[in-house]
Design a protein around this ligand. Structure first.
Ligand code: TXA
Ligand code: MG
Length: 372
C-alpha cells in the first residue's frame, strides 16, 4: 500500500525519496500535490510522466517562506504585498524568474516566469524543511482527472507513488493564481481564496480574462501554429498554454483593457483554464432543478429536489448554503458520485465568493464533455 500516515518517520522517508530524485504525493490545504525536487529536471520529467501531463504545462513550485521564494523569483511591490497577506496559504503567484534561478526550466515549461506558493499545511511544510529543496508539485492526479483531496483519491490514479496521508484537504479547491508580471495583478485561476478577499486586501479590482476572450484567443490561434510563427497552442488536459513567438506575447485583454503579461519570451494564457480541466468520468448536467432517471445529484442548499427513484445518490455540498463548506466538499463529492453514477445532475451554485471557483470548475468539466 503506497499510503503512509504523515508522521515524522514517514516524512523523513519521503524527504529521502525526494532527495534521490523521486516523487512523493503530499497533502496541502488545497489539494494533494505530486512533489519532486524543483531543481532536478529529471525528477520533473518523472512528474510529467506519472501524470501523463504534456510537458509544456508548467508546474507550481512550493517553498517554505517568502524569503526563500525571493531567491527564485522577482517580487515587485504588489507580489510582496500579496505574499505577505496570503502566505502561507492558497495563493500562487506568477513572478519573473531571478536571473540565476536554480529551479529547472522544465518546472516552468521554459517560461521566463515561475509559479510559487508557500503552502499552509504542516505536512507540506515539514516535507519542505526535511527535503531542503523547493518542491514542484502539480495536483496529484493523472492529467484531466479530478483533483485529489484524500490520499485514497491519489492512490486511485497514481498507485505506484509514495503518498503521505494527512487526511482530507481542508479547502478542497486548488490555489487561486495571480500573475504579478507587471504592476497590474491578473487573476489567472479562480481558486480557494475568493477574488473578493484578494481585491479587499490590495484595494484594487483584479483583472480577469473572461472566458469569451479566452475562447476567442484560443480560436484565433488554432491553426496559426508554428508555420506563421504566430503562436504555439498547447491544448491539453490540464490547462491551456498559449505560447506566442519570441517577440513577446500579447494576451487577450478584457473589456476594461486589462493588461496581461507582455514582453515575455512566451506567455502563458490562462493556466488551468482549458475546458478539459477537472473532468469526472460521469456526464454532468449543470443547473439542475430536478433529478432524472439514473442521475446522481450534487446538491447545494436547503431545498433539494426529491429523488426520481430510490437509487439516486445525493450528496449535498452544503445544506446550509455555505460556499466555503461547499468548496471544501466539492472534489470529494464529485469523486464519490463519479464512482456511483454515469450521470450527475448539479444544482445551481451561487456565483459569488468561492462559488465563482466552484462554477469555474463545473463549467470546464461540463464543456470538456461537449468538446471532446
Ligand atoms: O492548489 C494548488 O495550486 C495545487 C497544490 C498541489 O499546490 N497545485 C496545482 O497545480 O493545482 P497544477 O499543476 O495542477 O496547476 C498549476 C497551474 C497550471 O494551470 C499551470 O498552467 C499554472 O499553474 N502555471 C504554472 N506555472 C505558470 C507560469 N509560469 N505562468 C502561468 N501559469 C503557470
Ligand atoms: Mg491540476
Amino acid at each position: 500500500m503506497p499510503i503512509h500516515t504523515a508522521n515524522a518517520d514517514n516524512i523523513k522517508q519521503a524527504a529521502k525519496q525526494i532527495k534521490k530524485g523521486g516523487l512523493v504525493a503530499f497533502p496541502t490545504e488545497t489539494v494533494y500535490g505530486l512533489g519532486a525536487d524543483a531543481r532536478n529536471d529529471k525528477a520533473i520529467t518523472a512528474i510529467y510522466q506519472a501524470k501523463a501531463r504534456p510537458r509544456f504545462n508548467p508546474l507550481i513550485t512550493h517553498i517554505g517562506d517568502l524569503a526563500q521564494a525571493q531567491q527564485y523569483g522577482l517580487f515587485n511591490d504588489m507580489a510582496q504585498h500579496l505574499a505577505q497577506q496570503f502566505w502561507p496559504g492558497a495563493l500562487t503567484l506568477i513572478v519573473p524568474r531571478q536571473a540565476d534561478c536554480a529551479i529547472g526550466a522544465l518546472a516552468s515549461a521554459g517560461l521566463p516566469s515561475l509559479a510559487l506558493r508557500v503552502p499552509n499545511h504542516p505536512t507540506a511544510q515539514a516535507l519542505l524543511a526535511e527535503a531542503g529543496c523547493p518542491l514542484a508539485a502539480p495536483s496529484a492526479n493523472v492529467s484531466g482527472r479530478l483533483s485529489p483531496v484524500t490520499a485514497e483519491h491519489v492512490a486511485a490514479t497514481l498507485p505506484d507513488i509514495m503518498i503521505l496521508d494527512g487526511g482530507q484537504c481542508a479547502l478542497g479547491l486548488e490555489s487561486t493564481i495571480i500573475g504579478c508580471l507587471d504592476d497590474r495583478p491578473i487573476l489567472l485561476r479562480k481558486g480557494a481564496i475568493a477574488r473578493q478577499t484578494i481585491e479587499l486586501a490590495i484595494g484594487l479590482p483584479l483583472a480577469y480574462l473572461p472566458d469569451t476572450e479566452e475562447a476567442k484567443a484560443t480560436q484565433n490561434n488554432k491553426g496559426a501554429h508554428d508555420k506563421e510563427g504566430a503562436a504555439r497552442l498547447a491544448h491539453n488536459m490540464e490547462g491551456a498554454q498559449l505560447a506566442r513567438d519570441n517577440e513577446g506575447a500579447q494576451l487577450a485583454r478584457d473589456n476594461e483593457g486589462a493588461q496581461l503579461a507582455h514582453n515575455m519570451k512566451g506567455a502563458q494564457l490562462a493556466p488551468g483554464r482549458l475546458a478539459q480541466h477537472y473532468a469526472p468520468q460521469a456526464v454532468l448536467r449543470l443547473n439542475a432543478t430536478h433529478i432524472l432517471a439514473g442521475e446522481a445529484l450534487l446538491a447545494f442548499g436547503e431545498s433539494v429536489p426529491p429523488p426520481h427513484d430510490p437509487n439516486n445518490k445525493i450528496i449535498n455540498l452544503s445544506k446550509t448554503g455555505d460556499l466555503a463548506e461547499a468548496a471544501a466538499n466539492f472534489f470529494a463529492a464529485l469523486h464519490a458520485l463519479d464512482k456511483q453514477a454515469d450521470k450527475i445532475a448539479v444544482m445551481p451554485i451561487p456565483n459569488h465568493g468561492l462559488g465563482e471557483a466552484i462554477n469555474d470548475r463545473l463549467t470546464r468539466a461540463a464543456n470538456a464533455q461537449k468538446v471532446d
